[in-house]
Ligand binder design. Sequence first.
Ligand SMILES: [Zn+2]
Ligand SMILES: [Zn+2]
Length: 332
Amino acid sequence: MNFDLSILGTASALPAMNRYPSAQVLDVRGRLFLIDCGEGAQMQMRRMSIPYARIDNICISHIHGDHLFGLFGLLSTMSMLGRTAHLNIFAPAAFSKVLKFYLSMFGEGSGFEIEHHVLAMKSPEKVWESKSVEMLAFPLDHRIETYGFIIREKMPAFNVHKEYISRYGLTLAEIAALKRGEDVVRPAGEDTGPSLANGFRHFSGTSEPLVIPNSEAAYIPYRPRSYAYCSDTAPFPELHEWVRGVTLLYHESTFPDALSDMAVKTHHSTARQAAECARDAGVSRLVIGHYSSRFSDTRIFLKEASSVFPDTILAAEGLKISVPLEKWPFSK
Ligand SMILES: [Zn+2]
Ligand SMILES: [Zn+2]
């Protein structure tokens, strides 16, 4: 039940010593999501022992080279390794030309199908799901069409406290209702045992109706974990609402405060603005990256962001952030 973010690259558009451009891998319970694919992403995956074969979903935020130029190499390697499994790529419409070019020049003999899921939403929309995990995409505010992603565990079914089952003699249908998150309501009157119609007991057994609240009789076995990826973007009012409450937020921070005019001009964010988004969204932790190559020392980004949102982590090549599973009973 792991939920691990591996940082492959933290650079922005221009090359910087000891940095790779934007790329990350999120491992949710063994299912890998590659999020952006800057140059060198496959080398970084090798370095971090991340198997290419387990990637079934690739998210490309936008068609700027620092988020994309590693993709051809990776697709080519997947082909050479004999991949046959279907590959999903979630990317804006402009990506279709890029994919067409790649396939026309290098696609011959490739044994796997690549499906381009075109992103074109105006607010968060579900774009992929499995039984226990789902992914949403949402628009960002950059110089070209750009999207962010939320990948999260689905809400688990409620568990029912054993003492409530015995205390009220809950029927199977009543237990099922509590597991779905509903209250059990028995109308006033003499108890006649389970109804054939819905399996609930017909009556409370007294002159008052009986309500067995879900909040008391049931509990969620663990808190679902969530990750939001926001790169590249200028700040905009809806963003913190869209990523509200996520466990881990990645937000680009291309510039420090001193270059806020550059951030405005290039539709990027400062470290402070990334932290303000995290604070306003009430997330648990923030990770920042996509640093301008002007800054070889990234501590200024951490200083500015953590003055607004203390639980900030600096993304760095090779960093792995594990989000632990928090089981019931919860501490807060
Ligand atoms: Zn970028
Ligand atoms: Zn960009």
